[in-house]
Ligand binder design. Structure first.
Ligand code: ADP
Ligand code: ZN
Length: 525
């Protein structure tokens, strides 16, 4: 059975898809499904996940049912399959009653090789009954990380997909995702009832992507310089946190002659669909978007992904940057980040939904992201380690290409932490970074005078560093747990790592931020 199945799978690969050979683990995955087994597939974007279920659907009798949250892409996917002569259809809320009934008829008459379904549709009793009357060859659950309640793409409808195991015990199932930490991997296996699945975990490395993370000085002008000098005329995606900044930035880019389009969940559906279609079809469009944009977008020649705001987790960062360079040609993952990002992200988490345990978990995701930003080692090594993968320094990230200079910041950090303690103990007051820097530098201004800060014993003890340099020290201290920031004003308090440094038992080495060509930053040496 296995040998015969593999042969006909190869025939389908050649005759239908026009490819010479299987890539990576595709052949093993395809074989697993054809012989009736379940599979969990972790493969990076562009790795070739679709063929893993499309080919078994064609080789096995019956219809392969593909569950995907990406309704907007279903029509395109079906059209592409139609072009190859594969009989495919989709059922979702965009079809009218007649169209849906025609698809149901084709399904029941055994005319379909593949049927795409949204999860919210699948879990309806009516759909379940329909599927039970049809001949199903397999279930493919795409974007399977959406079942993870702690992930950034959680969809409650995915929780219902576990029932497929009980309702269709003889139908093989495959779950696929391009983002899964070991924890997410375990969680999706359990929730989707894939305990007897074989697991296929590909390397998550995307060697053609150059990772770069720079200190934020003036984000917008840094982005303009980056695009105009390194990516003129290229397609790219720029991620921002808020809808407002998306719209303002898109306008600013257009004003500078860069063909940019905004995309966020607050725009009307027609506008979103049009902007997405233009991005896919036309060359050189820069999509300025919130994270609402991008999942499932298959545009091979995205040459850069830029982040102007800090992503909430390494998983999110990996997934978003993974949309660059799917064609395997060089691409940039470029990001600017600064002290303000750390403070505002922590504030968002504190004021957000969820209980304390949830917030702690989200906070630890952020901490991992910060560690990636501040690392003096290879970014890729750190990124892959997050997915439990060991690797050697890559030679294709900023820290490998231009190793960051470091300095002994122990004394500076001791001064900083002492100032935070004095303000708290002597005055019973907690302050944000601006006022702490005023005290350290002895900045004689209205704000300081109003609080008599010039009478503190630590007044002016840190005059040797500039404002920018202190911001860099505070930013890195937050990233390492030496400090924490809380509340709406980002007040600074000591973090869990502070004690040994204050007692002189631990040294702190920090990155020297590179000198900026513009935007007012200075090096901290
Ligand atoms: P993913 O869903 O994992 O991001 P896709 O399934 O969209 O990746 O595949 C990425 C690209 O690679 C597509 O253009 C696809 O046609 C191509 N591809 C996949 N498998 C093969 C193969 N065995 N040989 C050649 N090209 C392939
Ligand atoms: Zn590297």
């Amino acid at each position: 059975m296995t040998a015969a199945a593999t042969t006909s799978a190869l025939d389908v690969l050649h005759d239908v898809f026009g490819y010479e050979e299987f890539r990576g683990q595709q052949a093993a995955i395809v074989d697993r499904l054809i012989t009736g087994g379940d599979a969990v597939v972790l493969m990076p974007t562009g790795g070739g996940k679709s063929l893993c279920y499309q080919i078994p659907s064609l080789v096995r009798n019956g219809t392969g049912v593909v569950i995907s949250p990406l309704i907007a892409l279903m029509a395109d996917q079906v059209a592409a399959l139609d072009n190859l002569g594969v009989s495919a259809a989709y059922l979702n809320s965009t079809l009218d009653l007649d169209e849906a009934q025609e698809v149901e008829r084709r399904l029941l008459d055994g005319e379909l090789d593949l049927l795409y379904l949204a999860p919210e549709r699948l879990v309806l009793p009516r759909t379940m009954q329909l599927l039970e009357r049809a001949d199903i060859s397999l279930f493919a659950i795409d974007e399977a990380h959406c079942v993870s309640q702690w992930g950034h793409d959680f969809r409650s409808d995915y929780l219902g997909l576990g029932v497929l195991a009980e309702r269709f015990p003889t139908v093989p199932r495959i779950a696929l995702t391009a983002t899964a930490t070991p924890a997410t991997h375990a969680e999706l296996t359990e929730r989707l009832h894939l305990q007897s699945a074989e697991h296929f975990v590909a390397s998550f490395d995307r060697p053609n992507i150059t990772y770069r993370i720079e200190p934020k000085a003036s984000a917008r002008s840094q982005l303009l310089t980056f695009i105009t000098t390194e990516h003129p005329g290229d397609s790219g995606i720029v991620y921002c946190l808020s809808r407002r900044s998306v719209e303002q930035l898109a306008e600013a880019l257009v004003a500078r002659g860069i063909p940019a389009l905004p995309y966020h969940a607050g725009l009307p559906a027609e506008v979103r669909a049009e902007h997405q279609a233009r991005f896919l079809r036309e060359d050189g469009i820069v999509m300025v978007a919130t994270i609402a944009f991008g999942m499932g977008i298959d545009k091979p020649d995205v040459r850069f992904v830029a982040h102007l705001d800090l992503p909430r987790s390494v998983e999110g960062y990996y997934q978003e940057t993974g949309r660059a360079g799917r064609d395997g040609l060089p691409a940039d993952a470029w990001m600017v980040y600064g002290l303000g990002d750390v403070v505002s992200q922590r504030r968002l988490i504190e004021s957000g939904e969820g209980d304390q345990a949830h917030k702690r978990r989200v906070m630890s995701h952020l901490d991992s992201m910060l560690a990636l930003c501040e690392t003096v080692d290879c970014r890729r090594v750190q990124l892959l380690r997050y997915f439990d993968e060991d690797s050697a320094p890559c030679g294709n990230c900023d820290t490998c290409l231009t190793p960051p200079a470091t300095w002994d910041a122990t004394v500076a950090v001791q001064k900083l932490l002492s100032t935070v303690i004095r303000l708290d103990r002597e005055r019973g007051q907690r302050f944000g970074s601006g006022q702490v820097i005023d005290v350290l530098r002895g900045n004689d201004n209205d704000r300081s005078r109003a609080s008599n800060h010039d009478q503190l014993s630590v007044w002016g003890v840190g005059a040797e560093l500039s404002e920018t340099e202190w911001k860099a020290v505070i930013r890195q201290s937050l990233a390492r747990g030496l400090l924490e920031s809380h509340g709406d004003y980002g007040v600074l308090v000591l973090g869990p790592a502070a004690d040994p440094v204050l007692r002189g038992e631990a040294e702190v080495s920090m990155r020297i931020d590179p000198v900026r060509r513009s935007g007012g930053g200075r090096s901290a040496s």
